[in-house]
Design a protein around this ligand. Structure first.
Ligand SMILES: NC(=O)c1ccc[n+]([C@@H]2O[C@H](COP(=O)([O-])OP(=O)(O)OC[C@H]3O[C@@H](n4cnc5c(N)ncnc54)[C@H](OP(=O)(O)O)[C@@H]3O)[C@@H](O)[C@H]2O)c1
Length: 260
C-alpha cells in the first residue's frame, strides 16, 4: 500500500494500541486523523506522528456520540482506512457489574465502532475502495470469568464485522479484525478494580507496538482475522475446535491464579 497517499482515521489514538498504530502509520508516511476524548494526550501523539514523518490532525471525539463520529469522518475528508480501536474494560463478576458501566462499555467498544463505520461507509462504497480494521480481542472469541461485560462488547464487534464483511463483499470495501491478547497499555490500569482475572494473565503481554504492526498489516492486505501473539492464536483455535477442553483448562488454571 502506498501509505503516503492515504488518510487513516484512528479512534482511541490518545494512548496504547491506538497511539502506537498512529505513530507506525506516520512512519510509513500516512496522514493520520487522531480521535479520542483527551485533547492534551492527542496533541502529544500529534507531535510524535509529525516527528515520525507523517501528517497528523486531532479531532476530540467521544465515540459514544453518533453525531461526533459523523463530524470526525466529515472533518477527515477522504478516508482510505478507518481503524476502530477506542475501547475500555472494567472487569467484574456479572452479579456485581454496575449497569452504567456495562452500558458505557457497550456504547464505546461496540456502538462507537458502529457509528464510525456508518459515517464512513457511504464514501468508501461510492469510491469502491476502503478498509475498515476493527480492534477486537481474544475476549471476543472466548468468554472469560469476571470479564463478561467486556467480552459481550467484543463478541458483538466480531459479529458485526463478520456480517459487514459479507454485506460489502465485491463492492471494493474490506473489513478486517485484529484480536490482541494481553497487551501492555493503560487498559489494565482502568480494567482492574480488584485483582486482575487470572485468565487475562495467562497469555504473556505483548507490546502495543507489536499489535500496531499487525493492525497495519491487516490494513494493507485486508486479511479478515489476525490474532496476536501466536500462543493466543493457537489457544483460540483450540477453543473453536474443542470448546469444552479449552474452557475446562482455562477455568482450572484461572482458578489456581485467583487463589494466589
Ligand atoms: N490492552 C489489552 O490487553 C487489549 C487486548 C485486546 C484488545 N484490546 C483493545 O484494544 C483497544 C485499545 O486499548 P488499549 O489497550 O490501547 O487501552 P488504552 O491505552 O486504555 O487506550 C484506550 C483508548 O480508547 C480511547 N477511548 C476510550 N473511551 C473512549 C470514548 N468514549 N471515545 C473515544 N475514545 C475513547 C482512550 O482515549 P480517551 O480516554 O482519551 O478518550 C484511549 O485512547 C480497545 O478496544 C481494547 O478493548 C486491548
Amino acid at each position: 500500500m502506498k501509505w503516503k497517499e492515504k488518510t487513516v482515521v484512528v479512534t482511541g489514538a490518545s494512548s496504547g494500541i491506538g497511539r502506537a498504530v498512529a505513530v507506525e502509520l506516520a512512519k510509513r508516511g500516512a496522514s493520520v486523523v487522531l480521535a479520542a476524548r483527551r485533547a492534551a494526550e492527542l496533541d502529544a501523539v500529534d507531535q510524535l506522528c509529525r516527528a515520525a514523518g507523517g501528517a497528523a490532525t486531532t479531532v476530540v471525539t467521544d465515540v459514544r456520540d453518533p453525531a461526533a463520529c459523523k463530524r470526525l469522518i466529515e472533518s477527515a475528508g477522504r478516508v482510505d482506512v478507518l481503524i476502530n480501536n477506542a475501547g475500555f474494560a472494567i472487569f467484574d463478576a456479572i452479579e456485581q457489574a454496575r449497569p452504567d458501566e456495562l452500558e458505557s462499555m457497550m456504547q464505546t467498544n461496540y456502538f462507537g465502532a458502529v457509528w464510525c463505520t456508518q459515517a464512513v461507509l457511504p464514501q468508501m462504497l461510492a469510491r469502491r475502495e476502503g478498509t475498515i480494521v476493527n480492534v477486537a480481542s481474544i475476549a471476543g472469541i472466548m468468554g472469560y470469568a469476571r470479564m463478561g461485560g467486556y467480552c459481550a462488547t467484543k463478541f458483538a464487534m466480531i459479529g458485526f464485522s463478520e456480517a459487514l464483511r459479507s454485506e460489502v463483499a465485491g463492492r471494493g470495501v474490506r473489513v478486517a479484525i485484529v484480536c490482541p491478547g494481553t497487551t501492555e497499555t493503560e487498559f489494565f490500569v482502568k480494567a482492574e478494580r480488584g485483582k486482575m482475572p487470572g485468565a487475562s494473565r495467562l497469555i504473556l503481554g505483548v507490546s502495543a507496538e507489536r499489535v500496531a504492526r499487525v493492525v497495519c498489516k491487516s490494513a494493507e492486505d485486508g486479511r479478515y482475522r489476525r490474532i496476536v501473539p501466536w500462543p493466543a492464536a493457537a489457544y483460540m483455535r483450540l477453543k473453536e475446535i474443542f470448546p469444552r477442553v479449552a474452557h475446562f483448562f482455562m477455568r482450572r488454571v484461572s482458578g489456581l491464579m485467583e487463589k494466589e
